[in-house]
Write a protein that binds this ligand. Structure first.
Ligand code: 5RP
Length: 229
């Protein structure tokens, strides 16, 4: 079974957790897109939902399917957020941000009572870090910020250089008008410590480590959808 089919399976499985009247956050990425499409079918069939989005990309998709996306500031706390991940490690520690939406994703996740991760089987890993960790950085004085990030990484025995993410040869700019630097950590042995240290680094807007946020994951596998808790 292809990864795309596994993504579709997990996105469809998440629909079972959406109930009429809920306030739902829509994630970003190819797996989340399967969920959004399935959700649009439910809304067309009469389900009433209040929806917010984690990115311009997802807002555009949702609106193209006839869904209404509200401003999170007009909605308040959410019942549910359904989103993809780049890696799912032990304890449902995640790396996110492969699609560059980590800041808005984290903001929406933190406002949701329940966060469900949807992903294909390859995303489930024993140790986080094979996928390069995205770090969102304020553009002003970013070189100094990168030096501070390198010092933090060295404290965690990660001797890797953050790489500026580019799109079409130009720096990738996030929805919040920031830069993203990707760090090929290899192995992150202390995700909690690294997350805390990056969070307090001046110039770092946020990072792709999502810890203690996911309630469970729906993993699309060749043997059907598995629940990881
Ligand atoms: C975007 C994300 C995505 O959820 C993550 O990159 C997974 O994407 P996909 O479902 O396309 O594999 O964090 O910022």
């Amino acid at each position: 079974m292809s990864a795309e089919t596994q993504k579709e399976q997990s996105g469809l499985a998440a629909i079972a957790y959406v109930k009429d009247g809920m306030k739902v956050g829509l994630g970003t990425g190819s797996t989340a897109a399967h969920f959004v499409k399935a959700l649009a079918a439910k809304v067309r069939a009469g389900m009433k939902l209040t929806l917010v989005s984690t990115s311009v990309q997802t807002t555009n998709l949702a609106q193209s399917l006839g869904l209404t996306i509200l401003d999170i500031n007009d909605v308040g706390s959410l019942d549910l957020c359904v989103d993809g991940a780049d890696e799912i490690g032990p304890g449902l520690a995640l790396i996110k941000g492969g699609g560059g939406a980590l800041l808005r994703e984290k903001l929406i996740w933190e406002q949701a009572k329940t966060c469900i991760v949807i992903a294909d089987a390859a995303k489930h890993v024993k140790t986080l870090g094979a996928f390069a960790l995205p770090i969102e950085v304020e553009p002003f004085a970013y070189k100094g910020t990168i030096n501070r990030i390198c010092d933090v990484l060295a404290e965690f025995e990660i001797q890797k250089v953050p790489t500026l993410r580019k799109k079409d040869g130009q720096p990738f700019i996030t929805d919040g008008a920031n830069l993203i630097f990707d760090v090929p950590c290899g192995q992150i042995s202390d995700p909690t410590g690294l997350a805390s240290a990056l969070k307090v680094t001046t110039g770092v807007v946020d990072h792709g480590l999502f810890l203690d946020l996911a309630e469970f994951a729906l993993l699309g596998t060749d043997d059907g959808v598995k629940v990881l808790e």
